[in-house]
Design a protein around this ligand. Sequence first.
Ligand SMILES: *Cc1c(COP(=O)(O)O)cnc(C)c1O
Length: 634
Amino acid sequence: MKQWTQDEALDFYSINRWGAGFFTVNQQGNLSVLPERRQDGPQIDLAEVIHEMQQQKIAFPAVIRFHDILRSQVKGLNQLFQKTIEKAKYQNHYRGVYPIKVNQMREVVEEVVDAGAQYHFGLEAGTKAELLAVLAYNTNPGSLTILNGHKDQEFMQLALLGQKLGHNVIIVIEKLSELTLLLETAQVMKSEPTIGIRAKLTSRGSGRWADSGGESAKFGLSISEILQAVELLNQKGKLDWLKLFHFHIGSQITDIKKIKECLIEGSRIYCKLSQMGVPLTYFDAGGGVGVDYDGTRSASDSSVNYSLKDYVENVVYILQEVCDGENVSHPIIVTEIGRALTAHHSCVVTNVFGHIPIYKTDLELQPSDHLILKNMQELLQELSQQNFQETYNEALVLKDEGISSFKLGFFSLQERAQVETLFWKICHAIDGLAKQARYVPDEIQKMRNSLSEQYLCNMSVFQSIPDSWAIDQVLPIVPISRLHEEPTVPCTLADITCDSDGKIEKFIPTSAQHGKLMLHSLKPEEEYTIGIFLTGAYQDVMGDMHNMLGRLNEVHVFTDDDDPTDFYIEEVIPGNTSAHILSTLQYNPHAMAQMIKKVFDKQIQAGKMRPKEAVQLADFYEQSLQHYTYLKNF
Ligand SMILES: *Cc1c(COP(=O)(O)O)cnc(C)c1O
């Protein structure tokens, strides 16, 4: 075991890069959380949190939510805008909203509202269910309630109901027909709504969601439609309703250049509309601020080439410059930043419960006269740095021939085993040679990936990190302990679903070698726990129940105000039981238990089982229905 310093661990797992100052490694070699982003501030040792969870019998996998991080992010965003506005002498203020689709958990929404109270921070909804939640939970006086998404009449009625509750509701028109619907509904309800208009910009974002912007976007009005909307409102004498100008060009915008282009275009449209007499007062730049998941600070899909500060400065200064140039007074700045606000505050922790070792065999190779086997032996003997690619191709052909011979009945089981063993020996030898090679062809790299060890993790990729499966999102994965020990095992991760997609094979670059994640070797007596970080945005609420693996146990951790090195688990939300998952799919767990009992009764009657054993087993079945869907780790 090679000793490792804290700095080596921080650097290797890029913790300072993706962690945004919220995570570090402590003296004990454990990953810990700095809720105030200060080394001299409060610190929560994650290994201690896990220890506490085990004392309380909270099983893996579990979501750990750090409300202090969430608060810190909300305050940080608002303060950044305040400071920048002051410095720029911008002549208006900031009124942000949190789009709850990013993480609709009630506790998350409550925390955001509470932390944002002093800044009049509001909420955004995009569907009726979200709107129902927002109407009840946006209690901050002076804050905005912004409504995006496609709307029907009921949506409009709820929005106007919100206005009557005293909320500052702004209904954003996504398509022209919504305006007609709103005019009609408002007339019936005798309301004077405030409306916004979402523009389709020609500037687009960058990264995976670039198609959310641009002229063919699913949402928003083209410039000519905006002019039509203005005309319609004018005709009805309701132009004074139109107060907000909005655009949102997609999530995780990776390149600051794209953000600038959109801000310039958006500001220009805002000014031109103002000059036409539209009484706009709000400029809503939407969301899309990305998170540096892989710590590379680049415009790659899992990263961003800018900081939140860069973003805020661009919004304030670009808007100011364009407005000043056009002689338009400075609007109230609105943003709908979601991902960048919530990603850091939660993580998934779980145990590695086993591993699938690299294919190895100690099979004694009997000398064989068979030509295929002889040729393979020769390939292995003559393998060199110069010929490994050709050797690989030839070995593949020979292996296929060997298997065909077996299928045709010309090969014994022993001979087939020899072909496979020789093939893997050649692959391992090639892997060794490729390590020193300047260039490794794709097919050899693929073969090398298949040689890695797999660590089996007690979780479901589909429930906990769906983006890893769906869009190859890279998330930081770090062992919770042993960070003062150099990790020596290159591996990929596999989950407990019966789906061959249930695996993680892409990792942040610094923590991987030849594409494989470096972790510590497993010890038989010691549980090995890993954390998957930055899961607080989207991942938390998008997961599905593939293989009937349900929602995770969840703990909410707070720092202790009296002792900066201590913490407490404020709330435990139990994950789904098997019975719960079964009921959501129309099963009746109670009836199922009865069905099982009946079959056991028949076994007893037929004299095949003793009553005592049958009752015990029936009870066991019934109890199992009430248990957690994941593997038990204690
Ligand atoms: C999803 C969404 C957001 C949030 O986007 P992030 O990338 O999470 O910041 C903001 N506004 C609208 C209209 C959205 O649909």
